[in-house]
Design a protein around this ligand. Structure first.
Ligand SMILES: [Zn+2]
Length: 237
């Protein structure tokens, strides 16, 4: 019987590719509203991670798949990315209002109770709104951006915005505008000055945005920023 390692290199590479490539995003850290889905039920094959024994397979696993960068996670979880950043080629970042931490907002309100107690209902709503908005920006900036910017060899980045709202769902367009300064300035040239992003990985060939809703959003992102669109991908855990 022929040994796997006796097969021509080209054939072995094709087998690795078949075994280690999935046709959906890989979510290493599902957030609370993304329960891991049943692979068999979805008809999606899980990559054969058990075969990962040599570098070649690891490179195929990372490089051939699309990985969803976790947003709503303790920075501890993200240590698993350390030392592997150079292996990623295709990543997605999903920004979703459900990732903002309601309990954090409540804690901050309790800390500032005097201010809260003396506020009108309208002022209270504004406090909650702004607090959760800041929390969303913090997630975007501190976590996803830090990880993505360290992936020096990525070729494609898809930003998925269909779940992006401020907590009151009132200022989505403003949030998308802020995204440039908080996130995209690292990856695409400044639409005003045309100057290239300073920290953008040289390898990055494609930045796309998925999940835009209104014409105004499309005019901003596709028109002003010059970013291409993408279909919203349904990921798998
Ligand atoms: Zn709002």
């Amino acid at each position: 019987m022929i040994n796997f390692m006796d097969l021509p290199r080209e054939i072995r590479d094709r087998i690795y590719k078949l075994l280690l490539t999935v046709d959906a995003e890989i979510i290493t850290h599902p957030t609370w509203f993304e329960e891991p889905t049943d692979f068999e039920a979805e008809g999606v094959t899980r990559p054969a991670v058990a075969l990962l024994s040599v570098n070649k397979q690891i490179i195929v696993l990372y490089g051939n798949n699309t990985w969803r960068i976790p947003v709503d996670h303790d920075i501890r979880d993200l240590e698993s990315y350390q030392g592997h950043e150079h292996l990623f080629r295709h990543i997605t970042v999903h920004l979703d209002r459900r990732d903002t931490d309601v309990e954090d907002t409540r804690d901050r309100i309790e800390e500032n109770y005097t201010q809260w107690a003396s506020s009108t209902m309208e002022e209270r709503m504004k406090l909650v709104h702004n607090d959760r908005l800041n929390s969303l920006r913090e997630l975007v900036y501190c976590r996803a951006l830090t990880i993505a910017a360290n992936m020096r060899l990525i070729r494609s980045l898809v930003l998925v915005l269909d779940g992006l709202y401020c907590p009151s769902e009132c200022c989505r367009l403003d949030l998308i505008k802020d995204l440039y300064e908080d996130f995209l300035c690292v990856f695409i040239p400044n639409p005003q000055t045309g100057l290239g992003p300073e920290r953008c990985p040289q390898s990055l060939k494609e930045v796309r945005v998925a999940g835009l809703k209104s014409q105004a959003e499309k005019d901003l992102v596709y028109g002003e920023w010059g970013v291409k669109g993408a279909a919203v991908e349904q990921g798998t855990a």
